[in-house]
Design a protein around this ligand. Structure first.
Ligand SMILES: [Zn+2]
Length: 199
């Protein structure tokens, strides 16, 4: 399986699109994570406040792309139908997303989409605004974002790395505390966290 699994459903915007994309990790950020993966819709438990945070992003005019590593797929635990049923429940409980990108690969598959590589973010950006970054220079300066308000919310350094590679503002949250802990900063156009991808 090459490339990420892309679920695309560009939403009607209730306010004018601000041109930016909010890239959001899933497990530990919108729903509680698990060391054994989220394997079914029944295992998906939403963190309180996630729905309100997504509504706030919408009312600020962001388009929203979920970007999630799910190596259980290439480990053969389950397939695309399962990820789609989990994402269907996620959207019922939290709200709809413009794009949901899932990397099915393991480290050893050496794909371009497993975070911290930015393949899923670039793919989503290409779908939403027909523009994205090309090669990453991890040792160079942080790239300029396509839109200055682009942002990445995640709980792991791999999320911060992927966001860094597309120049996004970075908001690292504690696992299972989630997006609610940074939404006020996002509303205030905070510059985000410092992050060095080669430290
Ligand atoms: Zn991948």
């Amino acid at each position: 399986m090459e490339g990420p699994i892309a679920e695309v459903n560009l939403q009607e915007m209730e306010v004018e699109w601000n041109g930016a994309i909010a890239f959001i990790d899933r497990d530990g950020v919108l729903n509680y994570g698990s060391p054994n993966y989220i394997n079914s819709p029944e295992e998906l438990r939403i963190i309180k406040g996630s729905k309100e945070a997504i509504m706030a992003l919408r009312s600020l005019g962001y388009r929203i792309a979920i970007v999630t590593n799910q190596s259980a797929i290439m480990r053969g635990k389950w397939g695309e139908d399962t990820i789609k049923s989990i994402h269907s429940k996620l959207q019922k409980e939290v709200g709809n997303f413009d794009v949901l990108m899932t990397c099915p690969h393991r480290n050893r598959d050496r794909c371009n989409c497993r975070k911290p590589r930015p393949g899923m973010l670039n793919h989503a950006s290409q779908i939403i605004r027909a523009e994205c970054h090309s090669e990453v220079d991890w040792w160079g300066p942080k790239p300029k974002p396509i839109h200055p308000l682009d942002l990445m919310v995640g709980d792991r350094n791999s999320d911060m790395g992927a966001g860094w590679a597309v120049g996004a503002r970075l908001f690292q949250v504690e696992e299972d505390v989630g997006i609610t802990s940074v939404i006020e900063r996002i509303i205030q156009d905070d510059a985000g966290d410092e992050f060095n991808p080669v430290e």
